[in-house]
Design a binder for this molecule. Sequence first.
Ligand code: ADP
Ligand code: MG
Length: 265
Amino acid sequence: MTTARVIAARVIAVANQKGGVGKTTTTINLATALAAVGKRVLIIDLDPQGNASTGLGIPRTRRGVGSYDVLFDDVALEDAAVVSDVPNLSIITSSVDLSGAEIELVGATSREYRLRQAVERSAIEYDYVLIDCPPALGLLTLNALVAAHAVMVPLQCEFYALEGLSHLVRTIERVKRSFNPALDIHGVVLTMFDKRNNLSDMVAADVRGFFGEKVYDTVIPRNVKVSEAPSHGKPVLLYDMRSSGAQAYIHLAGEVLRREKRLTA
Ligand code: ADP
Ligand code: MG
């Protein structure tokens, strides 16, 4: 694939094959923080569970056309994007159809490139496209990694945080070799950090030892407001802007933008 990228957007895949590590939370809240400083942001919900769509309060009735149709029916991003209540933020929702996509992709033509092709065909300009990946390293996540300029890895500060990470790193290397040589690791974000628990500190130190400067300075604390926000269909930044979780995501967005300057220089 040598097609030139016509799209101005920077595409970041938020990936980790473990469930419950903060992928969706990070996608929604980073997107909101970027949108708040005037960036035009699109989320692509690539998880059949549709948590990003729910977390942004998009009712099922507005999820008619979504990421499945983009992958399989050549629907353009601009026709699938739904405007959210957050100014500057749209989302391509996921639907239950997507649960069959992993298998349907196996036999599809250019099965690893379908999302990338859709992004390259896109006519609307976004500054950032954030892809919320499912908890697996199958073809959906592969499509995200092939479409992306960079991958962001959320890691939960718990005992098993590093387990399975070598598999993810190997997958990223394989994608670079075979499909997308320019793919960067944007960074590793430590999530659900509990400052009362020594284990969180130990895990953070381990992860920094392994990934060095790739780990963002910003650490996302465990914060009850973050876990409550999705049931209100709101990013925590809108649910409780002053909460420690919201403030952390604002800091993370600042760090992401500074890193972006370096990566795109
Ligand atoms: P993933 O997308 O990786 O499966 P989620 O973002 O859905 O993970 O997070 C898993 C669960 O943990 C969700 O219920 C979410 O609300 C909660 N959660 C995520 N980040 C935090 C946090 N910083 N503090 C408290 N709860 C969190
Ligand atoms: Mg998720």
